[in-house]
Design a protein around this ligand. Structure first.
Ligand code: BJ8
Length: 425
């Protein structure tokens, strides 16, 4: 980092000693996973910069916004409607929860047999090592799984938290419940910011967030090409960064990257040989800096062509209808769009099975790796149905259950190698 941000971090109440250790651990990991890749698009330089400066400029921007009287709203799940936050001139920021570093800190309080994503996010707050959490005025949690739901209760002892109730079914009464939650969220945000959420504000925010969704869709579409013009690791990083970067800047950078990558397709240029096994990953989200499975697959000779996850297609596949209308009509359109996210918290959730099969076809995947964070019961149990659906289509599946540690690296490598060998025939 070129600028010294220590005073800013100290002002935010960061534990500087622990924070130094966290930031010191990142560069070698990034070097190994990212900078060692060959023939990366030039457009990835922006994303390299963002990671290199991960707790710097963006935090400074958020802090400046706060100093000017604005609010910052932190989230952990793609169910929280960013449009409402932006319409009230607040800034939404998706918190990262993808590092083993904060897990032991969380285990001082949370049970060890909790999913790594929950422990990692809680550990960031408990250990005072995340300037994004510290900058935020409100954390918005949800009831998507029991572990998260209960963690948020404890988190509320340390930070202001609002919980949105995400229903477990897709029935009409569930949809009505969710519409009510979205309407209530608008009021929470209005109270927090002191700003009214207007129809004009919602229309503007909806258009902006949709633009980011379209840019990410465009990037993902390029991965259907053979040879693949961008690595799975790089595409994953773009999605991860999109959760906390400024929306308009993100749109611009992703579209610039797409221009370049589409040029590669036209020239028949790829980052992996055309016959490299193509893998669709499906399952739990991979919050930054969780690059474990992609790195494993892509250093074993495969290429990840798509992620059916909340750090993948579930984050951007559906747009909010841009019909304008009254505040109520727009809130309803927002609520309805979010109900199309096929998270395993729903029962039944057969739409996700359809998505996986469809995406495997569209991206010409040779196999699917189902990624499941240890102790995540919803995804683990849904994997049974995923396995059946893929077997019916004759698509090979490898089920991986893991956490953020490197303890199982050798075992995972052996299983991945065997799976790829089976695909190669
Ligand atoms: S919409 S996938 S981002 S909840 S992995 S914490 S479910 S025990 S992350 Fe998710 Fe929203 Fe659903 Fe997407 Fe619980 Fe499972 Fe952990 Fe999970």
């Amino acid at each position: 980092m070129t600028t010294d941000y220590r005073q800013m971090w100290a002002d935010l109440g960061i534990d500087l000693e622990r924070h130094d250790a966290l930031l010191g651990a990142l560069p070698p990991i990034y070097q190994k996973a990212y900078l060692s890749q060959r023939n990366r698009p030039i457009g990835m330089q922006f994303f390299d910069f963002v990671v290199g400066d991960i707790h710097g400029i963006r935090v400074q921007e958020l802090r400046q916004h706060a100093m000017n009287g604005g609010k910052v709203v932190a989230t952990y799940c793609v169910f929280v409607p960013e449009e409402i936050v932006l319409a009230a001139d607040a800034i939404p920021v998706g918190l990262c929860a993808g590092t083993q570093f904060s897990v032991p800190i969380a285990e001082e309080i949370l049970p060890r047999n909790t999913c790594a994503l929950i422990k990692s996010s809680f550990g960031f707050k408990l250990g005072r090592i995340c300037p994004y959490v510290q900058t935020s005025h409100l954390i918005v949690g949800e009831t998507t799984c029991d572990g998260k739901k209960k963690m948020f209760e404890i988190l509320a002892e340390y930070h202001p938290v609002h919980i949105m109730e995400v229903p477990n079914k897709k029935s009409q009464s569930s949809r009505d419940l969710w519409r009510g939650e979205v309407a209530a969220f608008k009021e929470v945000i209005e109270k927090l910011t002191g700003n009214e959420v207007t129809g004009e504000g919602l229309a503007r925010a909806t258009k902006l967030v949709n633009e980011r969704r379209r840019a990410l869709q465009r990037l993902y579409n390029t991965r259907q090409a053979r040879p693949v013009p961008i690595s799975g690791k790089d595409a994953l990083l773009v999605t991860q960064v999109s959760f906390y970067d400024d929306v308009a800047r993100c749109v611009q950078q992703v579209n610039a990257l797409c221009d370049e990558v589409e040029g590669r397709i036209a020239a028949g240029e790829g980052v992996f040989p055309a016959d490299a096994p193509r893998i669709l990953i499906s399952g739990s989200p991979m919050a930054i800096p969780n690059w474990k499975l992609h790195h494993l697959l892509e250093t074993a000779g495969a290429v990840v062509v798509c992620e059916e996850s909340c750090t993948g297609t579930r984050a951007f596949s559906d747009l909010v209808a841009e019909n304008g209308g009254t505040v109520q009509e727009q809130l309803r359109a927002i609520a309805d769009r979010y109900m199309q996210i096929h998270c395993a918290c729903f029962t039944p959730n057969d739409e996700r099975l359809d998505d996986i099969v469809r995406l495997a076809r569209e991206y010409q995947a040779d196999g699917v790796v189902h990624y499941n964070l240890q102790f995540c019961h919803t995804y683990a149990n849904e994997a049974v149905k995923v396995e059946r659906a893929l077997a019916e289509e004759g698509i090979p599946l490898l089920r991986i259950e893991t956490d953020y540690s490197d303890e199982d690296a050798g075992q995972l490598r052996a299983r991945v190698d065997a799976f790829l060998e089976m695909i190669r025939g």
